[in-house]
Structures are given as structure tokens and as C-alpha cells.
Write a protein that binds this ligand. Structure first.
Ligand SMILES: [Zn+2]
Length: 280
């Protein structure tokens, strides 16, 4: 199994690798750049070489990045959409340079209540970003959302429609989130519930598109459509739910990235330990 937490690469990739080893992770997640802003840290050749050496020695990976939350490819505001497309394209290239497996994107936010128009904008800008990125190995992963007001991507059908419209390119996949899926209405607390959800995903886009999973408990109940992460085993999914996710024969092959609320990234040692215990 590959379990890690979402930590900072602000100092360096190798620093994130060292922290990951300290907290018992096999891999890590990170923000591709400042989550609320546009500034991208320059990750130079020397830092990448250091990281490659460490990765070779430790086997850490596969790395799963996260694009800034401010990106909204669905908005009618041209400037914001163009900024988003540019950042997605740039970060695919930046993260490919140090061997990132995939970077996660929230599909978009429909602020007007006009879903077809929002979907059309997302599709156009996904195409633009993938084209701008060119030949990269890093995957762009659309995240399944909780379905808060206006959130696109809370149903497999909507994710499937996006994938289909851009022609199912090999570089485009899906990242699940146990909190979001549970909040969106799926019963993740049992094998049968997860199987039913995956069957729906098979019909919508095929489970082979699923490449990573954010592992989070949920502060709010099933179907609440509220995206509030909770520590593993301490939320509405509870120990039973987190165990069902980690022990599912399909899901357990995915890299798991924990994004639960902590005051300090070193606290993830406890979360990773809980995950390993519940994974059986
Ligand atoms: Zn996310």
C-alpha cells in the first residue's frame, strides 16, 4: 500500500521527503503552488536532482500534487478562466520535471446556475491546458466533489461527461476523495456501498480512470453535501468507514493521500498510523 499525507514542499522536495519518512509515509501530496494565489516557486535542477536521488534510495512515491483552489475553469469571468488554464498547463510541466504521478484539479464552480454553460467552459479550458502542457507523464486528475452549491463533479455522470467531451486523453484521470464521496451521498462504510459506487463509476467513465484517492473522514453525515474533512476514524465515516475504504480490493491499490485537519504536519504520523492499522 502507498499511504502519505498532504504536506508542504515550500522548503524543498527532499525536505518533504524527509518529513514523510519521519511520519511513516510511503509518499506525499503537496500544493503545486500557493493554494490561494498565483505565485509558483521555482524548483531548480539541483533541487530536482537531490529529490531524484532520495526517491531512488527510499522508493517514495507516487507523488500526487494539488492545484490551487482558486482555479475555476467554469466561471463566466474570462480572466479567471484564462489564469486557471495557464496554471494547469504550467503546473503539469513543472510537476512533470520532478516525476509527479498526478496533479489534482477541482473541476469547477458553476456560479450562475447554468450547468451546460459551465461544463462547456470547463471542457474548453481542459483542452487548452492539456494542449499547452504537451507531452508530459504527469496526469491531470479531476477530483470527485461533495456537491456544495455550484460544485461541478459531485456525480460520476458529470465527471464522465467531462472526460468524454475532451476525448478520454490518456493524461486525464480521476482522483477520489472519501469525504467528498460520502458527503455526495455514497455509503463508503461498507464493501457493498463502495462496490455500488464503483459500478456507477464504471458506467460513467470506467474505474481504470481512477488513479489516486484522498483519504479523509467527514465531519458531516452521508449526503450532507458539505466538504469538511475530519481526522481518520473521528468523523461520520468512522473507523469502520475508513477501514472499508482501505481494505477494498480495488481502492487499496491506489495511492492514498491524507488531508485531514492538523495543526502541524508532524501530526500526520498519528493519522498514517491509524490508516495502517485500519488497512489490516
Ligand atoms: Zn481537492
Amino acid at each position: 500500500m502507498r499511504i502519505g499525507a498532504h504536506i508542504s514542499i515550500a522548503k524543498s522536495l527532499s525536505e518533504a521527503g524527509r518529513l514523510t519518512r519521519t511520519i511513516g509515509g510511503d509518499t506525499f501530496g503537496f500544493h503545486t503552488r500557493n493554494p490561494r494565489g498565483s505565485a509558483a516557486r521555482q524548483i531548480g535542477a539541483e533541487e530536482i536532482a537531490d529529490w531524484r536521488t532520495m526517491q531512488h534510495e527510499t522508493g517514495l512515491g507516487p507523488l500526487v500534487g494539488h492545484l490551487p483552489y482558486v482555479i475555476n475553469l467554469a466561471t463566466p469571468k474570462d480572466g479567471i478562466r484564462e489564469f486557471g488554464e495557464r496554471v494547469v498547463g504550467e503546473d503539469l510541466k513543472r510537476c512533470d520535471a520532478f516525476g509527479t504521478y498526478g496533479i489534482v484539479l477541482h473541476p469547477g464552480h458553476d456560479t450562475e446556475g447554468d450547468r451546460p454553460a459551465a461544463m462547456a467552459r470547463i471542457i474548453a479550458h481542459l483542452n487548452g491546458a492539456l494542449q499547452a502542457a504537451g507531452q508530459v507523464s504527469t496526469l491531470l486528475l479531476l477530483e470527485t466533489m461533495a456537491g456544495q452549491t455550484g460544485e461541478v463533479g459531485a456525480t460520476p455522470a458529470e465527471i464522465g461527461a467531462l472526460l468524454e467531451a475532451v476525448g478520454h486523453p490518456a493524461g486525464l484521470g480521476v482522483c477520489l476523495d472519501s469525504c467528498h464521496l460520502f458527503a455526495a451521498g455514497y455509503d463508503m462504510r461498507s464493501r457493498a456501498g463502495i462496490d455500488a459506487m464503483l459500478a456507477e463509476m464504471d458506467a460513467a467513465f470506467g474505474r481504470d480512470r481512477i488513479r489516486a484517492m484522498h483519504l479523509n473522514d467527514s465531519k458531516f453525515p452521508q449526503g450532507s453535501h458539505k466538504d469538511r474533512h475530519e481526522k481518520l476514524g473521528q468523523g461520520e465515516l468512522g473507523r469502520q468507514g475508513i477501514a472499508a475504504v482501505l481494505q477494498h480490493p480495488f481502492l487499496r491499490e491506489l495511492p492514498f493521500i491524507i488531508e485531514t485537519p492538523v495543526d502541524d504536519h508532524r501530526e500526520y504520523a498519528g493519522e498514517i498510523a491509524v490508516a495502517r492499522e485500519l488497512a489490516g
